[in-house]
Design a protein around this ligand. Structure first.
Ligand code: BG6
Length: 482
């Protein structure tokens, strides 16, 4: 059966996330032909009173700066697809009006009843999820009996700890089926994160080495070279563990550490992710270092006595046959010396080393998620020349050089397209979310209760020196390049 027309409804349309991520992603999908003019309509919904044109101009103001001149016309066409409805997030009338507008669009496209597709994107704070979802359920569902559907995309933070997350899951679970809920973790949309399964399970090189016999330690690192910048109020309530580690870095850990799924079916992949999370042991407070950058509390929206970490390093240990004894070091920080996200897999020393190359460093395999996507292997080679000595060098696959003609899509672009296609592989399932919270909740509670305190560090630095000490204790050996 032909699918009916598509309505994409962005709730929180006047906010920052919608402006910076959702609308640009929709535009890029439109530009590449994944959203068709004769089929799709985009609705913005928010409390602010705006006309259709006001919203369009806001989006143009942001996108106009990044769109090249030859695409200005496409941008205008895209903007014409956007309509705006204003209303509050718990208003029956607001959502009835929204439903009317969406239905009008469907009728104008001659969509057969029951075949139309409605995608609700909640670019909103989670506090309003329950009321918004109740309103959608009450007023805006299409009948999905003839191949049409209603899908809901939600953004983190999904709660603040295990209990609040479970509450939220239960509330949404009463309104929608798990099949209709798409919990976004945008790290799952990044090119080199999506490459992890291919790398691990389509290459003979890695399969026999990817275990405790060969790997000494694994680091998953996120750094930003700017502070909380205008998001102090939100951030102070959540901190770096809830903002980055419990979701983005833990998702990466799953893909690095999980067993091979039975197939590429989303449920098979998510089953393996849950299993590896279930094998994570409780985090030991002595294997955690927290930091807060100097000046963080100068932000008027941040409390003067804030104990919130803007930096954290935590060692996770996986209790299973593959990984016992291998520390997974998760590290994230704001206002550091660089912006980078990478996975560093460090191998054990060569046994019976006859070259005395050990002091130069170990084999290391690095996957740089951003900026400048790359994978490189640090390895020991003979120093070119007459003498027999060794140096550390690299086998380097830099995407910018190797795949010059490919524009790497933005994470949001890919994930929204997955939502339209109904592919949940790169979205977080409810049970996965629960285990992720189980792992971090005791640690988060002890931070909230002031039992663990952040160490102050200078903005633009590597973070507290104690984190490097923890790293060394966990077994990481600094290598020296050529
Ligand atoms: C978001 C966090 O989820 O990810 C932000 O809330 C962070 O604090 C951002 O800046 C980083 O995303 P990316 O894709 O730039 O690494």
């Amino acid at each position: 059966r032909e699918a009916g027309c598509l309505s994409i409804i962005v709730l929180g349309a006047s906010g920052d996330l919608a402006k910076k991520k959702t609308f640009p992603a929709l535009f890029h999908l439109f530009q590449q032909g994944f959203l068709q003019e004769n089929d799709v309509h985009i609705f913005g919904y928010a409390r602010t009173k705006l006309s259709d044109d006001d919203l369009r101009e806001r989006i143009r103001g942001y996108l106009g700066k990044v769109v090249s001149t030859e695409n200005v016309e496409i941008l205008s066409k895209f903007l014409q697809l956007i309509k705006y409805v204003s209303g509050s997030y718990d208003s029956e009338e607001g959502f009835q009006l929204l439903d009317m507008q969406v239905s009008e669009h469907e009728t104008s496209k001659n969509s057969q009843p029951g075949t139309s597709r409605r995608l609700f994107y909640l670019a909103l704070p989670p506090s309003v999820y329950p009321s918004v979802c109740t309103m959608i359920r009450r007023h805006c569902m299409n009948q999905s009996d003839l191949g049409g559907w209603t899908r809901i995309v939600v953004e983190k933070p999904f709660g603040k700890d295990l209990e609040s997350a479970e509450d939220l899951s239960a509330q949404l679970g009463e309104l929608f089926d798990e099949k209709q809920l798409y919990r976004i973790d945008h790290y799952l949309g990044k090119e080199l994160v999506q490459n992890l399964l291919v790398l691990r399970f389509a290459n003979r090189f890695f399969m026999p080495l990817w275990n405790r016999d060969n790997i000494d330690n694994i680091q998953i690192v996120f750094r930003e070279d700017f502070g909380t910048e205008g998001r102090g109020g939100y951030f102070d309530e959540y901190g770096i563990i809830r903002d980055i580690i419990q979701n983005h870095l833990l998702q990466v850990l799953c893909l690095v550490a999980m067993e091979k799924p039975v197939s590429l079916k989303p449920e098979h992949i998510r089953d393996e992710k849950v299993k590896v999370l279930q094998s994570v042991l409780p985090i030991k407070p002595e294997e955690v270092v927290l930091g807060q950058y100097e000046g963080y509390k100068n932000d008027p929206t941040v409390s003067d006595s804030s104990n919130t970490p803007t930096f954290a390093t935590a060692v996770l240990r996986i209790h299973n046959e593959r990984w016992e004894g291998v520390p997974f070091i998760l590290k994230a920080g704001k206002a550091l010396n660089s912006r980078k996200a990478e996975i560093r897999v460090q191998f054990k020393d060569v046994p019976g080393d006859i070259f005395k190359s050990k002091k130069q460093g170990r084999n290391e395999f690095v996957i740089r998620l951003q900026p400048s996507e790359a994978m490189y292997m640090k390895l020991t080679v003979k120093k070119p020349g007459l003498q027999m000595s060794t140096i550390q060098s690299e086998l380097d696959l830099s995407y910018g050089l190797r795949y010059q003609d490919v524009k790497i899509p933005e994470a949001y672009e890919r994930l929204i397209l997955d939502t339209i296609r109904g592919d949940q592989q790169h979205f977080v399932r409810r049970d996965e979310l629960r285990v992720a919270w189980e792992i971090f909740t005791p640690l988060l509670h002890s931070i909230d209760e002031g039992q663990l305190k952040p160490i102050s560090y200078k903005p633009g630095s590597r973070g507290p020196a104690e984190a490097d000490e923890l790293l060394a204790k966990a077994g990481y050996v600094q290598t020296h390049g050529y």
